[in-house]
Ligand binder design. Structure first.
Ligand code: ZN
Length: 294
């Protein structure tokens, strides 16, 4: 009985804090956008990618939204440790990053450089950490002689590659790179949408209703590229997305994104961003494999 009361109390406290501060929306693309991005990425892999990996297309598709499942509100109410640790991996508010902070070797140095307060996000480190895990797992797989162990390594590879996929596709959504992540913040001379809503209207409602795999595949017309400097390539991916924050808000001001929006410029914008995420993910997976060679 005692534990039931304390759990209920914890639930109320956490719920109250969510109401005061508001949960930060981190479900970039909703489940649908994540899944079609992952599927497009696997379909665009060179045939030289190991067959077990290309054959895992359904699993890699399923895993792409996985880190959003970890954000389960009921679990966070029971204990906020998981959500608190991993939520900042979904975004990087570039405007809040102090000069040179991203030059730190790892996320701990970055956090120290940023100082107190809510971190601007760990998206770049999260991607880099998972990319490195994937590369070293491929390296182990190349030399493992025991077929049983090789199978276990394959499972690790697919799981980590799937989770990496979430953060790479998240970063293709401009709203995951900015302080304007859900409504324009501060001075607003252009009259962009303020208050909560644009995040879900764009990535979940509009993309869910209007975009399919067939919108992305034709835009995947670039051959695979090997990341020669993964740290820089990850940041380039985030910066490319950041450049499109205002164009997204401009489109939304002229005709709001939602499930009923019927507009070719809106559809093209979303399709190009989903394809950018899928291309970056394809290149990340391919690079981890290629650069794992001795
Ligand atoms: Zn996310």
């Amino acid at each position: 009985m005692k534990s039931a009361i304390s759990l209920a109390t914890v639930f109320c406290l956490v719920s109250a804090s969510y109401l005061i501060w508001g949960p930060r929306p981190v479900e970039a693309w909703g489940t649908h956008g994540h899944e079609i991005s992952a599927r497009a990425a696997v379909l665009a892999l060179p045939s030289a990618m190991p067959a077990f990996f290309r054959d895992a297309i359904d699993q890699l598709t399923y895993l792409n939204p996985e880190p959003d499942r970890w954000r389960d509100a009921r679990e966070a109410a029971l204990d906020p440790a998981l959500d608190g640790a991993y939520s900042p991996g979904h975004y990087l508010d570039l405007e809040r990053v102090p000069e040179g902070a991203l030059d730190n070797d790892d996320r701990h140095g970055f956090a120290r450089a940023v100082g107190d307060g809510a971190p601007p996000g760990f998206a770049s480190y999260r991607m880099l950490e998972l990319f490195q895990r994937l590369r070293l797992e491929f390296r182990l797989w190349r030399t493992e002689g025991d077929p049983r162990v090789r199978g276990w390594i394959e499972q690790r590879i697919v799981n980590d590659a799937g989770i990496l996929g979430h953060y790479v596709t998240d970063a293709a959504n401009p709203l995951h790179t900015t302080v304007h992540f859900d409504g324009w913040a501060g001075e607003n001379p252009q009259g962009y949408a303020t208050g909560r809503g644009i995040h879900a209207r764009f990535e979940t409602e509009f993309v869910g209703a209007r975009l399919t795999l067939d919108d992305i595949v034709p835009l995947m017309d670039r051959s695979a590229e090997v990341w020669d400097d993964p740290r820089r390539d990850v940041l380039d991916h985030i910066h490319d997305s950041f450049e499109l924050v205002e164009p997204l808000y401009r489109l939304d001001r002229d005709l709001p994104f939602d499930e009923s929006t019927d507009s070719e410029p809106h559809r093209r914008f979303a399709a190009e961003r989903l394809a950018a995420g899928a291309l970056a993910l394809r290149d990340a997976w391919w690079s981890a494999w290629v650069t794992s060679a001795p």
